[in-house]
Design a protein around this ligand. Structure first.
Ligand code: ADP
Ligand code: MG
Length: 331
C-alpha cells in the first residue's frame, strides 16, 4: 500500500522533475529573475498572466508571453480526470480526530484530507489550541488513531508554543520529543511571505511524510495589510490564490489542511456582520468545513458547523484545557 502510494505520487507530479531552465529561451539570468519574482516552477509560470510576469520580473511582456506558452506545454495543466480516477482518489480520504468525539461527529468523523477545514471565531475562542491539538493528533501513530505523519505549521501570529505540544502529548501518552520533531513551524512575516510558504510546502514532502498543513492565522496579515474597501479586491484575489495553493497541497499529498480565521469585529474597517469570518466567500467556497467557535463557561467552547456542502448544520460543545481539546466531562 505504502509502495503504491509512492508510485502514484510520482505519477501525479511529472512536472516537478523539470526546472524552469528547461523552458526554451530561459537561460540562467532569466531563470534567476523569474525565481526572484516567485515564479520558481513550471506550474506557477503556466498559470501566470504575461502582464503580471513582465511587471514583477522585469522581463519584456512579449518574452514573458512566450515563456508562459512554453510552460503550459511542459506543465501538466488542466488535465481532465475521469470520474473513476476522482472516485479512486476520494477513497483515500482519511479523517483526523480533533480530540473531541462530539466535534468529530459533527464533522462526520473528524477533519478530512484533500480539503480545507476552517476554524473561525473571536480572540481566545480556542482556534490556536485546536491547531496545536490537530498537530499532536496527526503525529500520533496510526494504531493510536493518528496519521503517524509529520506536520507543517505556518505561524503568522507567533502563537506556536512547543510547551503546549508537550502538555498535549503527555496527556495522550505519546513521547513529546518525537511529536516536536515531527512538527515543522515557519513564521510568516507578512502576507507575501505566507503565500510563498504555502507554495513551498510541497518541497517539504520530499523529506518528510506530511499529512497535515496548518495555517494559523490564515487572514491576520491580509487583514492588516489590506485595509478598507479600496484594497479589498486585491486582498481577496491573493487570499483566493493562497487558499488554492493549500487545497492543491491537500489533494496531491492526501493531507488535511486546517486554517484559522478571525471574525470582523472591527466595524470601522469591515462592514456588515461582526461575527462574519474575514475573507467571506472566497475563504468559504474553498473550505469544506467551516467551524465557528464561541466562548462558553469554564473552558468550554461551542463549535458550530456552518455551510457544509453535505453535512447538516449543528453544534458541539468542546472543552479546552491543559490537556488540550476534549469532550466535556459528564456531570
Ligand atoms: P485564539 O482563538 O485566539 O487562537 P487560543 O486558541 O489561543 O485562542 O485560546 C486561548 C484559550 O485557550 C485561553 O483563554 C485558555 O482558555 C485556553 N488555554 C490556553 N492554554 C491553556 C493551558 N495551558 N491550560 C488550559 N487552558 C489553556
Ligand atoms: Mg490564535
Amino acid at each position: 500500500m505504502a509502495e503504491r502510494k509512492k508510485e502514484e505520487k510520482e505519477e501525479k507530479e511529472p512536472v516537478k522533475q523539470l526546472s524552469i531552465e528547461d523552458i526554451p529561451g530561459v537561460g540562467e539570468a532569466t531563470a534567476e529573475k523569474l525565481r526572484e519574482a516567485g515564479y520558481d516552477d513550471m506550474m506557477t509560470l503556466a498559470v501566470a498572466s504575461p502582464k503580471d510576469l513582465a511587471e514583477v520580473s522585469g522581463i519584456a511582456e512579449g518574452i514573458a508571453s512566450k515563456i508562459i506558452v512554453a510552460a503550459r506545454k511542459m506543465a501538466d495543466v488542466g488535465n481532465f480526470e475521469t470520474g473513476e480516477e476522482i472516485l479512486e482518489r476520494r477513497r483515500e480520504i482519511s479523517k483526523l480526530t480533533t480530540g473531541s468525539k462530539a466535534l468529530d461527529d459533527l464533522l462526520g468523523g473528524g477533519i478530512e484530507t484533500q480539503s480545507i477545514s476552517e476554524f473561525y471565531g473571536e480572540f481566545g475562542s480556542g482556534k490556536t489550541q485546536i491547531m496545536h491539538q490537530l498537530a499532536v493528533n496527526a503525529t500520533t501513530p496510526v494504531d493510536k488513531g493518528g496519521f503517524g505523519s509529520h506536520v507543517l505549521l505556518i505561524d503568522t501570529e507567533n502563537t506556536f508554543r512547543p510547551e503546549r505540544i508537550v502538555q498535549m502529548s503527555k496527556a495522550k501518552g505519546i513521547d513529546p520529543e518525537e511529536v516536536l520533531k515531527s512538527i515543522h513551524v515557519a513564521r510568516a512575516y507578512n502576507s507575501h511571505h505566507q503565500i510563498l510558504l504555502g507554495e513551498k510546502a510541497a518541497e517539504m514532502t520530499k523529506e518528510f511524510p506530511i499529512r497535515l498543513l496548518l495555517v494559523d492565522s490564515l487572514t491576520a496579515h491580509f487583514r492588516s495589510e489590506y485595509m478598507g474597501r479600496g484594497s479589498l479586491a486585491e486582498r481577496q484575489q491573493l487570499l483566493n490564490r493562497h487558499m488554492h495553493d493549500l487545497l492543491r497541497f491537500g489533494t496531491i499529498y492526501n493531507a488535511a489542511v486546517a486554517v484559522t480565521n478571525q471574525v470582523s469585529a472591527r466595524p470601522d474597517v469591515f462592514f456588515g456582520d461582526p461575527t462574519a469570518p474575514i475573507g467571506g466567500n472566497i475563504v468559504g467556497h474553498t473550505a469544506t468545513f467551516r467551524v465557528y467557535l464561541r466562548k462558553s463557561k469554564a473552558g468550554k467552547r461551542i463549535a458550530r458547523l456552518v455551510d457544509s456542502p453535505y453535512l447538516p448544520e449543528g453544534e458541539a460543545v468542546i472543552q479546552v484545557g491543559e490537556d488540550g481539546i476534549s469532550d466535556v466531562a459528564p456531570v
